[in-house]
Design a protein around this ligand. Structure first.
Ligand code: SF4
Length: 67
């Protein structure tokens, strides 16, 4: 599997996001919180372990991953 095969799109449900910052704390390379809402740094990002952890640990399940 090459790098591109391993890239995913991460969707932030901004209605659900409560701005806890958990995702940005776990995976600061891919997430930041701007004006109380999470943002993903790029349209497609590498599916790293940190990314998976951040998605799994969002307290309101606001993050979803699409291949
Ligand atoms: S962990 Fe979830 S609720 Fe917290 S900032 Fe990230 S997307 Fe929003």
């Amino acid at each position: 599997m090459n790098e591109l095969d391993n890239e995913v799109h991460v969707d932030v449900d901004t209605n659900a996001c409560v701005g806890s910052g958990t995702c940005a704390m776990i995976d600061p390379e891919h997430f930041s919180v701007v004006d109380g809402k999470a943002q993903v740094v790029a349209e497609r990002v590498p599916a790293t372990e940190d990314l998976e952890d951040a998605v799994a640990d969002c307290p309101v399940q606001a993050l979803s991953v699409k291949r």
